[in-house]
Design a binder for this molecule. Structure first.
Ligand SMILES: [Zn+2]
Length: 431
């Protein structure tokens, strides 16, 4: 009994301390940080573009200095006087992906990046860190922000029209998802809303989202485009759309992204948002997902539902791709470095990943089941292990299960390792 009482007291104390932390350092508003990341394979730069203030904070209010996944970069907020870390979040960027391509050896490019942090009450030092594929700091920038600076632009008082699709059970402790329209004209907004509902129901048909559905608050932001569809540079088609998205990103046909992060966040300013899902009004297959930045998916292809959920696995969960590119191997994961992605391992430091899901006696690496990729596969006989290939590599990077939403569009669900990681993440944001 005494032990129980002590635990209860500690829990109460813990909750009180967490709540005080937010109110001690932050006010219920968002500081939007716009940066330009530029450079090439050998030199990179981070520069501050603009600072904005949004009328409300929709992110986490507890565990402020922790991150659930490491990411390819982090934004770290320190109290200017005490140097204490008072907020931290992780992210990935298209800039870092571009650096992995050969073009970055000879060309220098710049990319927009936007991050949201709670609005500080007093001066803070903000550090941006970008990591290389060996998980060490590649480049960083620290700058001081005075919250009373008159040049912090106030935006979001007249938000883009939006519709609430799902109210969270507790709106003070939930995860905010915003669907945003890309390539839908004003007249096509009913189609956008129908596509949002299809995407939302697809997500909540997957565990663990299905069981934890009341912890999500979902809105649809009706950003109108001048023209319907999206740009397809490979066919010489360029459209005037709200977010200026296009296929052929980095000359990869089906890679659909937007480089216009400031436009994206300007449309969202003032709406309740943190995790962003861009729905693109096109029949052509494509999508992309970047951790804590956004994910983007086509809506009128037959694979819309699996793709929009897969991309959310990247952008929300930090899950890695569980497939390989055959001979076109991108050396994204050096085999002697453990990836931070919770569903990939090189077995360099497997501890803490999905080892507790593996039955005793299962060989590591684990041989593929003979019925893998057959429509008649008996998934109930599959077991958790460490399977090649994964993480774009034929060898040396492993996934947990024969198939998963992060591996193929045919598989109906997330594998046990992905489900475990997603539960931990949802708990991190909402418990
Ligand atoms: Zn998985």
């Amino acid at each position: 009994m005494r032990k129980l009482a002590t635990t209860f007291l500690l829990l109460l104390l813990g909750l009180t301390m967490q709540a005080q932390d937010f109110d001690k350092y932050f006010t219920n508003a968002t500081l939007r940080l716009d940066y330009v990341f530029s450079g090439n394979r050998s030199r990179q730069f981070i520069a501050v573009d603009e600072l904005c203030r949004l009328p409300r904070w929709d992110g986490k209010r507890q565990r402020l200095s922790e991150v659930p996944v490491e990411g390819n970069g982090q934004v770290i907020v320190r109290d200017h006087r005490s140097h204490e870390v008072i907020y931290r979040n992780s992210f990935s960027t298209l800039f870092q992906e571009w650096l992995s391509y050969d073009a970055a050896k000879t060309e220098t490019r710049s990319f927009e990046n936007v991050f949201l942090v709670p609005f500080p009450k007093d001066s803070v030092d903000i550090t941006l860190e970008l990591y290389n594929n060996r998980r060490t700091v590649m480049t960083s920038l620290t700058h001081t922000v005075d919250p009373n600076d008159i040049l912090i632009r106030r935006i979001g008082s007249k938000p883009t029209p939006y519709q609430t699709l799902q109210q969270a059970a507790d709106t003070t402790r939930c995860i905010h998802i915003a669907y945003i329209a890309e390539g839908y004209t004003k007249a096509e907004m009913p189609t956008f809303l129908a596509d949002c509902r299809t995407a939302m129901e697809a997500l909540f048909a997957h565990e663990p989202f299905k069981s934890l559905r009341p912890r999500f608050h979902v809105v649809a932001v009706k950003s109108p485009s001048q023209e319907s569809g999206t740009s397809e540079p490979g066919k010489g088609i360029w459209k005037n759309t709200a977010l200026h998205s296009n296929f052929d990103t980095f000359h990869s046909d089906r890679y659909l992204t937007t480089l216009h992060l400031k436009d994206l966040h300007n449309w969202l300013a003032g709406t309740p948002y943190e995790h962003i899902i861009v729905l693109v009004n096109t029949e052509k297959y494509g999508g992309g997902g970047i951790l804590n930045s956004y994910n983007l998916s086509m809506t009128h292809h037959s694979y819309f539902k699996p793709v929009v959920v897969h991309e959310f696995g990247h952008s929300f969960g930090g899950l890695g791709d569980e497939y390989s590119y055959g001979n076109e191997q991108i050396p994204m994961y050096p085999h002697d470095v453990e990836p931070w992605e919770p569903n990939l391992t090189t077995l360099a430091n497997f501890h803490g990943k999905w080892e507790n899901l593996i039955e005793k006696g299962t060989p590591l690496p684990t041989p593929q089941p003979s019925d893998l990729d057959k429509p008649s596969a008996d998934m109930s006989k599959w077991r958790v292990g460490a399977y090649e290939p994964a993480g774009y590599s034929e060898h040396g990077v492993y996934r947990a299960f024969p198939d998963c939403r992060m591996r193929t569009n045919a598989n109906p669900e997330f594998c046990p390792a992905c489900r475990k990681a997603l539960v931990q993440l949802i708990d991190f944001y909402t418990k």
